[in-house]
Design a protein around this ligand. Structure first.
Ligand SMILES: [Ca+2]
Ligand SMILES: [Ca+2]
Length: 400
């Protein structure tokens, strides 16, 4: 039994299903260095005052001490559901008094197999394990006593490598479920066509089909607010050096398109092993080549009214950050500026989770979710937190 799991069991016996976060060592700092006091939040291991945001934006913590916080989904009654990857835990985060600060973090289950993906529809929570999809009906009425889930399917590949899933419902009411390549680089579709693909299905699991091929490992996707097309990130392969190949932001123009993996990476990198008799022209190129190894996860478009109108031209991307590059990159929220379906810029929205000079990191952004008030939530599976980004136009007051 792992120490972490024992810790959760202890929590269970102490707090029943109510998790208050006391399992985590209060002075834990993931980087091991001296804790830098933060004026922005109560938890001093989160160095929020080192984060850089554009003029007028602020960041605070929405919730702290959520071990391995990954994908987020919002219930109709305001419950924020949070999945995890290596922690095998499903959380419910409650902001009971609507002051944009979590009041309660509930551990719903600690026995799931890599429950990275969460989605909410018609009162039910959908949770993607590696090979199973579960549905918890009327979950917001039953948080204290988790209902027995309905197993929608249990026959997806069970390889852990890239097996953790991001899931979301599209405007077509279908649930989109990717299946990563079970390797760094391999022609896995020969073994099972579902590998390195994005699938979709009816909410009850019916009519399952592949909508995109040649996708190495997407852990974040969304639909464009105007075109309703699927946009997704993809993590580039490893072991080709620090700067090759790029990670990707992609757009699915039509069902069945092939996005290149394992033959072609980014817009023009032919794979040295699998691409010898292939041409990148035969595959759909990314909208934007992202940085090599930045590990892009969530991608979202802004439809709210809190941020300036100009932010609607961007795709927001959570770059989890590199693990195998000689100098770390990513560890930020980036912006891809769009003119229609064409990228015209690739810049930073928020950074500072990585100290460039010392190469120490204290956070890794995973998922982005916009709340009804137009503010932005960001999950962090390294800092074990969820942040909230708001905007206030101070220039108006200054002019008056
Ligand atoms: Ca609150
Ligand atoms: Ca590609």
């Amino acid at each position: 039994m792992t120490a972490k799991y024992s810790c959760f069991l202890l929590c269970f016996s102490t707090f029943l299903l109510l998790f208050t976060g006391s399992c985590k060592h209060p002075n834990k700092d993931s980087t091991g260095e001296e804790v830098f006091p933060s004026t922005a939040v109560g938890d001093t291991s989160l160095k929020l005052n080192t984060l850089r945001l554009p003029e007028g934006f602020q960041i605070t913590t929405f919730a702290e001490r959520i071990d391995g916080a990954r994908s987020m989904a919002l219930g109709d009654k305001g419950t924020l559901f949070v999945g995890s990857r290596t922690e095998n835990t499903l959380y419910a985060v409650i902001d009971g008094d609507s002051d944009h600060k979590a009041d309660q973090i509930m551990v719903l289950d600690t026995t799931l197999n890599t429950p990275n993906g969460v989605a909410f529809k018609d009162g039910s929570l959908y949770v993607a394990e590696v090979n199973r999809l579960l549905r918890y009906d009327a979950i917001e009425e039953n948080l204290d006593q988790l209902p027995e889930p309905v197993v929608i399917y249990d026959d997806y590949p069970d390889e852990f490598h890239h097996g953790w899933k991001y899931i979301a419902f599209g405007p077509d009411e279908k649930l989109y479920v990717p299946v990563g390549a079970p390797c760094n680089i391999c022609d896995s579709a020969v073994v099972d066509k579902r590998f390195a693909s994005i699938t979709r299905m009816d909410p009850d699991g019916g009519n399952r089909e592949i909508v995109a091929h040649g996708v190495r490992n997407t852990v974040g996707f969304t639909w464009h607010p105007q075109t309703k097309e699927l946009w997704f990130t993809d993590n580039g392969r490893d072991m080709m050096g620090d700067d090759v190949p790029p990670c990707e932001l992609n757009r699915l123009g039509e069902v069945g398109q092939h996005f290149g993996y394992p033959f072609c990476h980014g817009s023009s990198v032919v794979d040295p092993e699998f691409g010898n008799d292939k041409s990148c022209e035969d595959y759909v190129p990314p909208i934007q080549d992202l940085g090599a190894h930045v590990a892009p996860l969530s991608v979202k478009f802004y439809e709210g009214t809190m941020f300036p109108e100009s932010f609607k031209k961007y795709a927001f991307i959570a770059e989890h950050g590199s693990w195998n590059r000689s100098k770390k990159v990513g560890y930020r929220i980036s912006l891809v500026e769009l003119d229609g379906n064409t990228a015209v810029g690739y810049t930073t929205f928020i950074d500072g989770w990585l100290d460039e000079e010392s190469q120490e990191r204290w956070g890794r952004p995973v998922d982005i979710l916009f709340l009804e008030d137009g503010s932005m939530l960001i999950s962090d599976d390294f800092g074990d937190a969820i942040y909230r980004v708001t905007y206030k136009d101070n220039s108006i007051a200054m002019v008056e």
